[in-house]
Ligand binder design. Structure first.
Ligand code: HAM
Length: 422
């Protein structure tokens, strides 16, 4: 039986792989203008990093991590009962923030008093979720993280940059909703959390179980009864401390000044536990199914300390490539086709094949996308292939022309033919 790709994964075939490269380059092009520089971190990290960084109580950590173990460690575990040491417990990254913050701390990228480190990344993330439309087990994200600055200008410029990118890549502005909230800080959130816990009653079992560890998750519950009850729950924005209120107000003033339209949503709590203050999410309804967030992020002023660094405020976001593709398809956006062929070199017979092969290399070295037949097709079939490849010109190499140092070049659009010197 043939082996297919694992459940919840997708192959990016050439057209889509090409679009992914364009998507990433467009994002990096825009983000670079805001001072962001690329960073690459490993696809797996010590499991502890995600447990401490993202939070043990989150779905991402408690249910969705792919944990990896080397063959040798697995053997020792099974045969000798020796569980791997913490350092050897590894997990595929479910998101990029924890790894980037770990790298910033490890390499001291924000020495005291230095300018903030602005970093951008793109690549696959892994979450063992139940696959459905817009929800995969391996998916691609483009993200940014800015460490070392607390000012609301960082929050606002990141949100502005994110919206600029969506528009640049072709997602119509009126199909997107930008939601904004503040999660408060360690001064004001504990008291608010208690208020919500005390308010929670008659919610589903999952919400009631979570109430102990993180009652705010109840705002995320899809159960209609929970949603109805939580609609009247105390709002975080009514319980922010003065500093958080000022910070949140300043972000809004900056967004208003930049003409960025947003909706305040006190129910927006996000699924990762590291957030403090500003959180935001961009949602699209058309063509998306239940998974309608195409990107999101926020501030995480305590995360660096959580993973062993000195206090370093941070803010970032990530956007999901596959969900953006769904949003673009729903908006009827055409994707660029796979690379066009400039030249196709056709052989009249086998005697010219070696010279044709050399000509193909010369044309490629000169910067033209060039192809030839590799299956000994007839001249007619070579023309058919050139058509299929969308070749702009076919260069026909025959023994007689070659003896005169020439080839015949046909413009495939106008069908004009000319003899040209090799
Ligand atoms: P997130 O909201 O978990 O945030 O993921 C960001 C985006 O990744 C989502 O909005 C969605 O488009 C995409 N995504 C997430 N899970 C899946 C999935 N299973 N299948 C397809 N797409 C998915 C983060 O990951 C944070 N690290 C963002 C951040 C950066 N916050 C601060 N800095």
């Amino acid at each position: 039986m043939a082996i297919n790709s694992p459940e919840g994964t997708r192959d990016l075939l050439p057209d889509e792989a090409k679009f992914w490269a364009h998507f990433r380059d467009t994002a990096f092009g825009i983000f670079a203008r805001y001072g962001y520089q690329p960073i690459e971190t490993p696809l797996f990290e010590q499991t502890d990093l995600f447990v401490r960084g993202i939070g043990q109580a989150t779905d991402v950590v408690s249910k969705e991590m792919f944990t990896a173990i080397s063959g040798e460690n697995l053997r020792r575990w099974v045969e000798e009962g020796k569980a791997p040491k913490a350092k050897s417990r590894l997990s595929l990254r479910p998101e990029g923030t924890a790894g980037v913050v770990r790298a910033v701390v490890q390499h001291d990228l924000v020495p005291q008093g230095a300018a903030p480190a602005k970093l951008m990344y793109a690549g696959p993330m892994f979450r063992a979720e139940r696959p459905q439309k817009g929800r995969q087990r391996q998916f691609n994200q483009v993200g940014v993280e800015c460490l070392g600055a607390e000012e609301p200008t960082i929050d606002a410029e990141a949100i502005i940059m994110l919206m600029r990118f969506y528009e640049k890549v072709g997602i119509p502005r009126d199909s997107m909703r930008l939601l904004l909230n503040s999660m408060g800080c360690e001064q004001c959130r504990p008291a608010y959390r208690e208020l919500v816990r005390a308010y929670m009653d008659e919610l589903c079992d999952t919400c009631m179980t979570r109430a102990e560890v993180n009652p705010l998750r109840a705002f995320d519950c899809k159960n209609p009864q929970c949603a109805a009850i939580m609609a009247d729950a105390p709002k975080i924005t009514d319980h922010l401390c003065d500093e958080c209120r000022e910070h949140y107000d300043a972000v809004k003033v900056l967004l208003d000044g930049a003409g960025v339209v947003y909706e305040e949503d006190y129910k927006l709590v996000r699924g990762l536990d590291y957030y403090t203050r500003t959180v935001f999410e961009v949602q699209v309804d058309n063509g998306m199914g239940a998974q309608n967030a195409i990107g999101g992020g926020g501030r995480y002023d305590k995360l660096a300390e959580e993973v062993g660094g000195r206090p370093t405020p941070g803010l970032g976001f990530a956007l999901g490539f596959e969900r953006c593709v769904l949003a673009l398809e729903a908006a009827g956006v055409e994707f660029p086709r796979a690379q066009k062929c400039d030249l196709f070199v056709a052989c009249v017979d086998d005697s010219v094949r070696a010279r044709a092969f050399a000509l193909v290399q010369e044309c490629r070295d000169a910067g033209f996308t060039t192809e030839m037949d590799h299956q000994k097709r007839s001249l007619k079939s070579q023309f058919k292939l050139a058509d299929k490849l969308d070749a702009a010109f076919v260069v026909v190499m025959g023994p007689d022309e070659l003896a005169a140092g020439q080839v015949k070049a046909r413009n495939m659009q106008t069908h004009e033919e000319h003899l040209v010197d090799l």
